[in-house]
Design a protein around this ligand. Structure first.
Ligand code: SAH
Length: 244
């Protein structure tokens, strides 16, 4: 009887480890995703103005299990180079666009970064591997809560998630070396520029919702002074505003 119990306990441990271990298919698909991203970036220099994506960003994308950020029924698409629905009419961005935006933000190890539009938490997870501290704001409560839980489970404890309208930024978390906005608006919210350090960069899709937007990199060159560079066209979900 004791032996049977011991065997059962062993089987349970083995099973729980198995369920946590990664499916080798996902690992292979992730490797291919990274190769695809770099191939696009090297042939599509006109889009980002850069010849390829930095090794640090590619490494972070190679280490982050994107399938965990995707609803189970869409997991087969986790490593395809396309956006995927995450519920509440929102999407997790295409891996190539995540890579380009992260690369344009030029995030270093000692940086503090703000993200507006947590969504699935995937972009925040990438930033967490690159920066010292990541603050991310999501307006749809269930999305923000699910993302916060997953990020904590993954041990990415340098990310703070706040539920609310990101238009006003998060002054207490800043000032920021980089800001990434993952929802489209016709203008850059002034509080986000305000909370950027001099020398810091903001990367955001600027343009109308429901059409193409111009991926924009704004660099703060002095207090109250910015320089704007327009990158390629992208299509993001709308930046929504809370009524208060
Ligand atoms: N970065 C996300 C992509 C999310 S899509 C990821 O990696 O999965 C954009 C997200 O921005 C959506 O979840 C949407 O709800 C959120 N959003 C839109 N307007 C917002 C606002 N004013 N403040 C905070 N989040 C907002």
């Amino acid at each position: 009887m004791l032996k049977k119990l011991a065997l059962l306990a062993f089987a349970c441990i083995a099973f729980s480890q198995e369920s946590r271990a990664e499916d080798p298919l996902y690992a292979r698909e992730r490797e291919k995703m990274v190769i695809t991203i770099q191939a696009y970036a090297k042939t599509d220099i006109g889009f980002s103005g850069k010849n390829g994506i930095s090794a640090r960003v590619l490494e972070a994308m190679g280490q982050t299990k994107r399938h965990l950020f995707i609803p189970k029924r869409f997991r087969a698409l986790a490593y395809a180079d396309r956006p995927v629905p995450i519920g509440h009419e929102q999407t997790i961005s295409q891996p190539y666009i995540v890579a380009v935006m992260t690369d344009l933000a030029v995030v270093a190890k000692n940086h503090t970064v703000l993200e507006i539009g947590t969504g699935s938490g995937y972009q925040a997870a990438i930033l967490a591997r690159l920066a010292r501290k990541v603050c991310t704001i999501e307006i749809v409560r269930p999305l923000g809560e699910t993302a916060a839980k997953l990020l904590a489970e993954l041990g990415l404890d340098n990310v703070s998630v706040r539920i609310g309208d990101g238009y006003k930024g998060w002054p207490d978390c800043g000032p920021f070396d980089a800001v990434i906005v993952t929802a489209a608006l016709g203008h850059v919210p002034p509080p986000l520029i305000e909370q950027l350090k001099v020398g810091g960069r903001l990367v955001m899709p600027v343009g109308p919702a429901g059409a193409s937007q111009q991926l924009t990199v704004m660099t703060k060159i002095a207090p109250g002074k910015t320089k704007t560079r327009k990158v390629g066209l992208v299509r993001f979900v709308p930046f929504t505003r809370s009524p208060n």
